[in-house]
Structures are given as C-alpha cells and as structure tokens.
Design a protein around this ligand. Sequence first.
Ligand SMILES: [Zn+2]
Length: 305
Amino acid sequence: MKDYLNFNNTRRNFLSKLTIVAGGQIIAMPLLAKSLTRNNYTSTVTAGQIIDKFISEVPGGKLNETVDTLKSGSLDMQISGIVTTMFATVEVIKKTIALGANFIIAHEPTFYSHPDSIDWLQKNPTYEYKKNLLKDNNITIWRCHDYVHKMTPDPVTIGVLKRMGWEDKQINKNPNLIQLSNQTLKDVIFSLKSKMGVDQVRYIGDLTQTCNKVLYIPGAAGSTTHIAAMKLFKPDVLICGEVEEWTTVEYIRDSMARGQVISFILLGHIASEEPGSEFMFNWVKERYPAILSKHIPSGNSLSFL
Ligand SMILES: [Zn+2]
C-alpha cells in the first residue's frame, strides 16, 4: 500500500480505461497521457438513486436507525464520478475533486464520531475546513457501513479472506473463523503484514506458538464481542482491527497468565477492513459502468517508529 500517494499514475491508469456512454453504447475512450483532463462528464444518475439501489440489494432493506446517512451534499445531486474509500479524509476529498468526481461512498465516519454529530464541532477549525471543502466543491458523501455489514456473508470479511488466501479455510462456513495448519504466530504476523499492506502490527504472545484456529474480527467490534467470541470459539489467536488497550488486550494477558494458550494481533482498523471496502468499488463499477469510478485507499493513519 506504499503507492497510496502515487495519485498521478492511478489517475492516468483510470482515465485510460474510462468508458462513456455514447449514442446508447458503452465505448472505451482511450486517452493519451498528454490529453488528460479533469472529468467533465456528468450522468443523470443521482446520489439518491445509487443509495436506493444499494439498499435494495441488502437483506431486510432500509434501516430505521443507521449511521449510513449523507454527510454532505444532497440526494438529488447528479453524479459525475464515484469514489469509494474507508475514510473520506481531506486528502481523499482533494483527490476526488481532482478526478472530477462528486460522490464519495465512505465506510467510516467523516466528522470524528460514530453518528457524525456536528453540534459539538461548530467553530472547530478542522471541521470547518473540511465542511467548506466539501461545500465549495459540491461533494456528496454517503457512509455505507451498517448496510454493507448487513449483507451475508459480510463482504468486508470476505474481502479480507480473499486477500489472505483464506477463503477456503473457513471453519463451518464462518468467515470469521479460519483453519490454518500449524503456522507459528510469527508466520501469521508476517503473512498479514505482507498481504494486508501493514508495516508493523502490535501483538501479544509467544512468536513460536502454533496457530491452527484464527478468529478474525475486523474493524472495531468492541471488547465484549471479542471476549464472548473467544469464549465461544476458543481460537489460538485473535486478530482484530482496533480495541481499547484496557479491555480485550488486558483480557488476553490475564488469560495467558492463567495458563491459556492464546495470542493476539492488532492490525489497525483501516488495515483490517480495507480489502473489504474494495467490494463497494466493484459494486459501483458493475452497476454503473458508464460513470467514472475509483477506489482511493485512505491509507493507514498511524505510523510506527
Ligand atoms: Zn466496517
């Protein structure tokens, strides 16, 4: 994932593959590098239509209570291009503007809290900057979190399994439970680092410990979920995205102290779900091939030194 910032190349690649609808036909539009321009095509498809289409494919349909709301823009905005990402960071928004796209589908919050409430952020300079950037450039953001996780099997977890080569290693068709064959904890960590594009992970455990059963819980599912799932599934190693240090992490230490063989790998929230957020991109690409679309990874926020 080191080429996150190699935007010029990805933009060129994208534009060279751009397809447009012309005379009712979808045609390939080859573009020479020197003729690269900002996308000027706007479809008649609105953000609301795309959202409704996605929700119509989710079991159970529309949710009464959900964080999957518009974070900026409007439902009737006609879409010139779609960007999918984990986080609509300022950097992702600027890349979206540069592409000539105006619709971002993000997996996580835009304004620093789960419900994206904004009352507490009024006059906050970072909030104001981001809000104005979106407003001045007519960018609509929709969060697609609850809906995508409601699909079965969860496309986020399946995306991770595909990336890891674990798709056929599910135990009892449970995508969170993976059967390995006598890998050491060190092997598992190095495999995660190379395949998931993570520079370093935090972990607890003996690097020589044998891992046969992996419990993979992406994102920030919460310590009660982690601890209940460990009791139920008895994994050799728990891999998760994010958790408070004082909950699941201390539970693992206490479990080891009482003699249990268990280990723990903390991947980072974005890393743990990024392969799954690409699902959204593929969905967009398949359903709306005539509209410019691009997946822009928001990258891991934290560095290690
Ligand atoms: Zn998620």
